[in-house]
Write a protein that binds this ligand. Structure first.
Ligand code: ZN
Length: 408
């Protein structure tokens, strides 16, 4: 990746150097999952100092360690592998959505493809797919005979310089990139004149709407609202053809075509009150702590993901989480961790669930599916989700409703 040209404290959207902290966590785990029993168990923490730009409202982590970024993304363990029918269907849907806009047998570049599920899905209907992904956990053998060529590196990669693709796909990456402008320019340079790009990222509008405190986690440097990302895309030479709401607005997907770069400035100033937002987040943090303290007995997390990572950074000092369940088979021998130490990840089993006083579903985007599964395994205790708001009616049945850990 290019080294950022901008200083980290300058707003990447409007250039202002003036920002106000709205959320902070002293010991945030850098990784959602890591091998158990690491010798340097005290390492692997960073600080969250999420600040709102006083000029445009853009949210970013001022304490993100830019020099550690390459190592962060090359290291350790792949996350977000689709493990449930719902997650696998979502990958197929995304592939179908992008393919609708492409000519037959396109050439495809995917940047930051994680385990490669989307690349593999697209390769079935493409001339070839080049996948750029820095994780050293990704095994090239997985792609043998699939039409996917793996480049295990940070983007841009020299091997692809000058190549232009019918489709450029970049999902859940741009929020990790400290300086987005050169990264977007490199994506744009990889796109054929009549090509289509698809960029997907979490929506800061959604965090602002739902006050979702677990959506602040260490690997995300930036939190973009739709208008901010549209501006950056326009400046990089992308024309926005369509914008999709994904996962009920948690994420947003931009379907883009090649255009001339335009040097626009943001038109609307910040519409959020940073101090009111900060107060609302603090209130939720305190409410979550009270809920956890009121549980009498062992508490398990379900889902070894970014939201569990955020939760451990917030509460593990005061709450001794007893177990972490996850359906990802490759997590055997791995753990989640926080300021009070590591917790081995285990597959869910009825007899282990039965020993728990309460389960907190960290994989909150799949909470209904997971709650049904837990109920089917015989668990009858209280089930909480990290989903903020809109929880009513989510229970799999009247006997085992899901409650939000943070809502009143
Ligand atoms: Zn700004």
């Amino acid at each position: 990746m290019n080294r950022p040209a901008a200083t980290p404290h300058r707003c990447v959207v409007c250039g202002s150097g003036d920002a106000m902290t709205i959320w902070s966590v002293a010991h945030a785990p850098m990784h959602a999952v890591r091998p158990a029993g690491m010798t340097d168990a005290a390492g692997g923490f960073g600080r969250l100092d999420i600040a709102a730009c006083r000029s445009c409202g853009h949210l970013s982590n001022r304490a993100f360690d830019i020099d550690a970024a390459d190592e962060l993304y090359g290291a350790l363990v792949l996350t977000n592998e689709p493990v449930s029918p719902g997650m696998i269907a979502a990958v197929d849907e995304t592939a179908a959505l992008i393919m609708r806009y492409l000519k037959p047998d396109p050439t495809v570049l995917e940047v930051g493809g994680g385990g490669g599920a989307l690349s593999l899905a697209m390769a079935r209907r493409s001339a070839r797919v080049d996948l750029v992904e820095p994780s050293r956990a990704l095994q090239p053998e997985r792609f043998a005979g699939t039409g996917v060529t793996l480049h295990r590196a940070m983007f841009p990669v020299p091997a692809l310089a000058g190549r232009r693709f019918d489709a450029v796909v970049c999902r859940q990456v741009i929020e990790h990139v400290p300086d987005p402008a050169p990264f977007l320019a490199a994506l744009r340079a990889s796109l054929a004149d009549d090509g289509v790009a698809y960029i997907e990222l979490p929506s800061a509008d959604d965090i602002l709407r739902r006050h979702s405190i677990v959506d602040f986690h260490y690997p995300h440097v930036h939190y973009y609202r739709r208008a901010e990302m549209e501006l950056l895309l326009t400046r990089a030479g992308f024309g926005v053809a369509e914008v999709f709401d994904i996962k009920q607005g948690h994420d947003m997907g931009f379907l883009l075509r090649a255009a001339e770069p335009q040097s626009r400035q943001i038109r609307t100033p910040s519409d959020i009150s940073a101090s009111e937002f900060a107060a609302a987040l603090a209130e939720r943090r305190a409410r979550g702590a009270r809920r956890l303290a009121a549980i009498d007995g062992l508490i398990a997390l379900y889902g070894a993901n970014a939201y569990a990572q955020a939760l451990l950074g917030l509460y593990q000092d005061s709450t001794p989480f007893a177990a972490v369940f996850d359906d990802t088979a490759s997590y055997a021998g791995r753990c989640v961790y926080g300021p009070a130490g590591e917790i081995a990840i285990e597959p869910p089993r009825g007899e282990r669930l039965a020993g728990m006083a309460a389960i907190v579903i960290a994989a909150y985007l799949h909470d209904v599916e997971i709650a049904r599964k837990i109920a089917a395994m015989g668990f009858r205790g209280p089930v909480y989700t990290l989903r903020a708001h809109d929880v009513k009616g989510l229970g799999p049945d009247a006997a085992s409703p899901i409650a939000s850990l943070f809502d009143p």
